[in-house]
Design a protein around this ligand. Structure first.
Ligand code: GLU
Length: 293
C-alpha cells in the first residue's frame, strides 16, 4: 500500500521479552505485507522508568531477529519542543488547562462528591481546575475531554467505544514532575512520523480513545489500529518486564520468532531466518491485511 508507515514503539525499561516481541513482529509483518515502511521509536519520556542501555539492547535484539527499521530510530527524550508546541496549541484553543491538584486534593474532591471513581488505579479527575486555579500554582496540564462516546474500530478486535470524560476524565498531558505524558507524546510523534497504521499490544487498547480525542483536537489524522494478543505469564497476567519476563535469548532468534508467530496464529517455520520471515509476511498478508487498508 503506497504511503503505509508503521512503527514499533518500545519503552526502554528493559530488554525485549516474549511479550513485546509479539508487537514488534506484528508491526513489522504488517508493514512488509503492505509494502510500507517500518519505523522504531524509543519511548523514553518517562525517564525514571527507563533503564540505561536498554534502548541499545532492544535495537540490537531487533537486528538479531532480522527486524531492521527503515530509518534511524526516533527518541522521545529529544522531542520536548514538539510536545510543548502541541500543548500550546491546545491551550490557545481552550482544550487544555493547568491543574493545581495533588493526588490528595483529587481524593478529597471525589470523597466530597461521595464517589470513588478509579480506573486501573488512576483516579477519574473530577474537573476541579477546569474553571481556573483560584490562586493556586499550576502543577500539571490536562486535556479537556469532551463528553460522549468515542467510537472506533480495531482491525482485530472490531468496534470499540469509550466515554473518555466519564471513564477517565480530563487526563494529564504534562505531569507535575515536568515529564510529558505518554498520551500526548505518542499522538504528536505518530503524526510527525506520518504513521498510517499502529500495531501494538492489546494492553494499550484502552488508551486509543484518548489518543483519538487528542488527534481530533490537534487536527491530526487518526491511523488505523490493530492490537495484538498478549502473552500471559505463569501467573495468568500479562507478561511484562515488571512481572519478571525473561529477556529474549537472541542466540536462537528463530525460536523466539516462532513463539511470537504462534501467538499471532501464524504457522511454525524452520530453516533460515529470512525465509521464515518471508513466509510469515505472505501468511500475514492473507489474514490481517484484509482490513485497515
Ligand atoms: N511505549 C509503549 C509501550 O512500550 C507503546 C506505545 C504504543 O505503541 O503506542 O508499552
Amino acid at each position: 500500500m503506497a504511503g503505509y508507515v508503521g512503527r514499533f514503539a518500545p519503552s526502554p525499561t528493559g530488554p525485549l521479552h516474549a511479550g513485546s516481541l509479539v508487537a514488534a513482529l506484528a508491526s513489522w509483518l504488517d508493514a512488509r505485507a503492505h509494502r510500507g515502511r517500518w519505523l522504531v521509536r524509543i519511548e523514553d519520556v518517562d525517564t525514571p522508568r527507563c533503564v540505561a542501555g536498554a534502548a541499545q539492547t532492544i535495537l540490537g535484539q531487533l537486528a538479531a531477529l532480522g527486524l531492521v527499521p527503515d530509518e534511524e530510530p526516533l527518541f522521545q527524550s529529544r522531542r520536548g519542543r514538539s510536545y510543548q508546541q502541541a500543548l500550546d496549541r491546545l491551550l490557545e484553543r481552550g482544550l487544555a488547562y493547568p491543574c493545581a491538584c495533588s493526588r490528595k486534593d483529587i481524593e478529597a474532591a471525589l470523597a466530597a462528591q461521595g464517589v470513588e471513581r478509579q480506573r486501573h488505579g488512576e483516579l477519574v479527575y473530577p474537573g476541579t481546575c477546569r474553571d481556573g486555579l483560584r490562586g493556586r500554582q499550576p502543577r500539571a496540564w490536562r486535556f479537556l475531554a469532551p463528553r460522549g462516546e468515542v467510537q472506533w474500530s480495531d482491525r482485530r478486535l472490531g468496534p470499540q467505544q469509550q466515554d473518555v470524560q466519564a471513564e477517565v476524565g480530563d487526563f494529564v498531558l504534562r505531569r507535575a514532575d515536568g515529564l510529558w505524558a505518554y498520551q500526548l507524546a505518542v499522538v504528536v510523534d505518530d503524526a510527525d512520523q506520518g504513521i498510517t497504521h499502529v500495531v501494538r499490544g492489546e494492553d494499550l487498547v484502552d488508551n486509543t480513545a484518548r489518543q483519538i480525542l487528542l488527534q481530533r483536537a490537534l487536527e491530526l489524522p487518526t491511523p488505523a489500529y490493530l492490537h495484538t494478543p498478549l502473552v500471559l505469564g505463569a501467573n495468568g497476567e500479562k507478561l511484562s518486564k515488571q512481572n519478571g519476563a525473561a529477556p529474549l535469548p537472541t542466540s536462537d532468534p528463530l525460536a523466539a520468532l516462532n513463539a511470537a508467530a504462534q501467538t499471532l496464529g501464524l504457522p511454525p517455520r524452520h530453516g533460515g531466518l529470512a525465509d521464515a520471515l518471508a513466509a510469515w509476511v505472505a501468511a500475514w498478508a492473507g489474514s490481517y491485511n484484509r482490513t485497515g487498508d
